[in-house]
Design a protein around this ligand. Structure first.
Ligand SMILES: Cc1cc2nc3c(=O)[nH]c(=O)nc-3n(C[C@H](O)[C@H](O)[C@H](O)COP(=O)(O)OP(=O)(O)OC[C@H]3O[C@@H](n4cnc5c(N)ncnc54)[C@H](O)[C@@H]3O)c2cc1C
Length: 403
């Protein structure tokens, strides 16, 4: 899109950020009939994977994206939680099987690079205009928002802030946030393995945080290994063979010998919540609105529910002839996202802190909760259903309906 000449455009909605939350927002808004463009900085390589729960897969299918993702994604037919702490009160191993709630799988795991490529292809097919440069300023006014980039500007009635952590859009909307960095970092990589994974994700709970293996197609898995920052840096600096041995030891040889693929990532563990998800003609989606630690695959699933809910509200506003950036319409978005975002954040934060805590009763409570989940079938099934289709948020796209 960027030539040498200056660009001056108007659109009904401008999405800022070309990560997964931004791209899905742009596709969903376009599906809602809203004239949308994307302003996106070039992305850094991302070797991570995303475990999508069933509702997210349904939304991507409805938006015409999943077809290109399918062959790169592995189903998650079961999830196993193993207490690998060496503490006095340890929980039993808990096994969640999708078949128990009548599903083939809880969702699918896909490498982010394939996901982003599929989303970008779909956006290009739908002729969604893309400015490939960072937004330098975002200035909301009474009737529209002005966004400036190096060689031009855009005016829109609504800006979707999908610009991740340290969001320029959130600052422009005047929305504060609460941020806490845990004494933990996640080492991420993908690996090939000697034994099959049987479509089962395994989360070992250790004293430094979870060690999670999630299936990829074939004999491959993605790993998220949460450690204290020094140990994470030490592990990240190991040679491939040494690291593979260390990881096999941590995985109790569950999937046999491993071989580490190129592309390691390191992410400090953070929880951050914006005080509001919308204001001043700016709606926040994805990590611009909430960052949670990578436990139980919640982060981007929440981001997709933001995007799906926002597009649904905008489609309804459009049908009623309302201004899509008006305070009343944005207040509706705020109301519909609050419970889901707060609920997930509290659950993930509690689970993470219970692992780090040295306080014996906390270990007892965690062990007891997992014991009850293991023994009481209806409780386990209710948890699985809540995981797959959260009661607090069921936007149309996630039920397979168009906007
Ligand atoms: C180790 C790890 C594992 C995870 N695993 C899972 C999982 O299994 N399942 C799950 O649901 N979630 C998972 N998550 C969470 C998930 O990765 C995030 O929720 C997701 O990446 C957030 O996407 P986003 O689009 O909001 O932000 P980002 O991916 O950060 O994208 C924001 C984009 O905006 C761009 N940008 C920033 N500023 C500007 C600007 N001024 N102008 C234009 N563009 C700008 C950036 O360049 C970037 O490309 C995991 C997270 C981590 C750390």
């Amino acid at each position: 899109m960027n030539g040498g000449h200056r660009i001056s455009k108007t659109a009904e909605a401008a999405v800022i950020g070309g990560g997964p939350a931004g791209l899905v927002s742009a596709l969903a808004l376009t599906a809602a009939g809203i004239d949308t463009l994307i302003i996106a900085s070039p992305r850094q390589e991302d070797f991570r994977t995303t475990a999508f729960l069933a509702g997210s897969v349904t939304a991507l299918t409805t938006l015409g994206v999943w077809e290109s993702c399918r062959s790169h994604a592995a189903p998650l037919a079961a999830i196993r939680i193993i207490d690998d702490t060496r503490r006095l009160w340890r929980a039993p191993e808990v096994h969640f099987a999708a078949a128990e709630v009548g599903l083939d799988s809880f969702g699918h795991n896909i490498e982010n690079r394939y996901l982003i490529a599929a989303l970008q292809d779909r956006a290009a097919k739908l002729n969604i205009a893309r400015i490939g440069a960072p937004a330098l300023s975002v200035v909301p006014d009474r009737d529209e928002v002005s966004v400036r980039f190096a060689n031009g500007g855009v005016r829109a009635r609504l800006v979707v802030g999908a610009d991740g952590q340290h969001s320029l859009c959130r600052a422009a909307a005047g929305i504060g946030s609460h941020r806490y960095t845990y004494p933990q970092a996640a080492l991420t990589l993908n690996l090939t393995q000697a034994r099959g994974h049987h479509d089962t994700a395994t989360e070992f709970h250790t004293e430094t945080g979870p060690f999670t293996l999630v299936p990829l197609p074939g004999r491959r898995s993605s790993l998220v290994c949460v450690l204290d920052p020094q140990r994470a840096a030490h592990a990240a600096a190991m040679a491939d063979a040494e690291l593979a041995n260390e990881l096999e030891r941590r995985a109790h040889s569950l999937i046999g010998q491993m071989s580490v693929e190129p592309g390691r990532g390191m992410f400090p563990l953070v929880v951050e919540t914006a005080r509001s998800v919308a204001g001043n003609r700016i709606a926040l989606v994805g990590e611009a609105a909430h960052v949670i630690p990578p436990i139980g695959a919640q982060g981007l699933n929440l981001g997709l529910r933001d995007a799906a809910t926002l597009a649904e509200i905008m489609a309804d506003a459009r049908r009623r002839g309302l201004d899509i950036g008006s305070p009343a319409v944005l207040a509706c978005y705020e109301r519909q996202r609050r419970a889901d975002v707060t609920g997930r954040k509290i659950a993930v934060d509690l689970l993470n802190r219970s692992l780090l805590s040295d306080f014996l009763p906390v270990h007892g409570a965690r062990a007891l909760s997992l014991f009850l989940v293991d023994r009481i079938g209806p409780l386990r099934r209710a948890l699985m259903r809540e995981g797959v289709s959260p009661a607090a948020s069921q936007p149309r796209l996630m039920r397979g309906e168009m906007l």
